[in-house]
Write a protein that binds this ligand. Structure first.
Ligand code: CNA
Length: 260
């Protein structure tokens, strides 16, 4: 048995033993759906654009057209993306009764489209727009259609500026979302991190919070992270290559146990 096979078996065992599993996902969860992450060497978005020129509230207000053109370019990949093997494996794990909820930093809606339940979108969603004045939320297509037809992307209710309903640099995370995340982490005994560099706060605190609650950590991420040394198991591979194998082992074992 290879070292990787042993890790796969071990993570399957941890999942079977756990009673309350929470998963945290990052942009690496969706690269296999064709959406670039921020920090992968060679392909990450921040190697191509300046994060402070695009994606901060002040730059959006000052240069709305330029920002929206960039976001539409990025959005094309998000709108045409489909859930990948990793998203589907998580949905299966949840159907097996082994996954309480998903905390995601992703704004692509792919966990929800894969029909996972109890998905907390910590950084909001690119599938909606929100008015910066009255907070009215509309489908993103409303904003995009206005912009593409040459009109100002403004709110029909109050004429305020619409922006994608995702958290921009310089914006705090919503308090109700933070509370839901805290509640989910509180009871968890296995915290699985999938595809995140764990460099964006406050989410980067969550693994240590889970550890302090007595949870075990498991990580599947191509690159190393700062919490690798604290994890029970670390697999530096692609999620889509590994996670479905693990869930298959878990499913087999659960079915075997039911027959006994
Ligand atoms: P990040 O900092 O770009 O890190 C991604 C991590 O995933 C890296 O460490 C990679 O090594 C790893 N990775 C990439 N592909 C895979 C794979 N197939 N299997 C396993 N690991 C992989 O992204 P984070 O999520 O940590 O940073 C948080 C930001 C990224 C949030 O604000 C997101 O909104 C933002 N983001 C989201 C999307 C999306 O919604 N799909 C896309 C790009 C950026």
């Amino acid at each position: 048995m290879t070292d990787l096979d042993m890790k796969i078996q071990k993570l399957a065992r941890l999942i079977l033993e756990a009673k309350n599993i929470v998963v945290l996902t990052g942009a690496g969860m969706s690269t296999e759906s064709g959406i670039a992450d921020f920090r992968s060497p060679g392909t990450g978005l921040w190697e191509k654009v300046d994060p402070y020129e695009f994606g901060s509230v002040s730059s959006y207000v000052a240069n709305t057209g330029k920002n929206l053109n960039f976001m539409l370019e990025m959005g094309k990949h998000i709108f045409s993306a489909r859930p990948n093997k990793g998203h589907k494996a998580l949905t299966k794990l949840q159907k097996l009764g082994k996954l309480k909820g998903i905390l995601t930093q992703n704004i692509d809606g792919l966990h929800i489209r894969a029909k996972s339940k109890n998905v907390i979108e910590l950084h909001g969603t690119a599938l909606e727009a929100i008015c910066m004045r009255c907070n009215k939320v509309v489908p993103i297509t409303v904003m995009v259609n206005k912009f593409l037809s040459g009109s100002s992307p403004s709110c029909e209710q109050c004429n305020g500026l619409l922006k994608p309903n995702a958290i921009f640099f310089g914006e705090p995370l919503r308090s109700e979302v933070l509370q839901q995340a805290d509640e989910l982490i509180e009871g968890c005994d296995l915290f699985i991190i999938l595809g995140s560099s764990l460099l964006v706060y406050p989410v980067a605190f969550y693994p240590r919070k889970a550890l302090s609650m007595g949870a075990k950590l498991a990580i599947i991420n191509i690159q190393e992270t700062d919490v690798d040394d604290d994890a029970e198991i670390v697999i530096h591979q692609k999620i889509g290559d590994i996670l479905p194998q693990i869930i298959e082992i878990v499913e087999k074992k659960i079915l075997e146990n039911k027959k006994k």
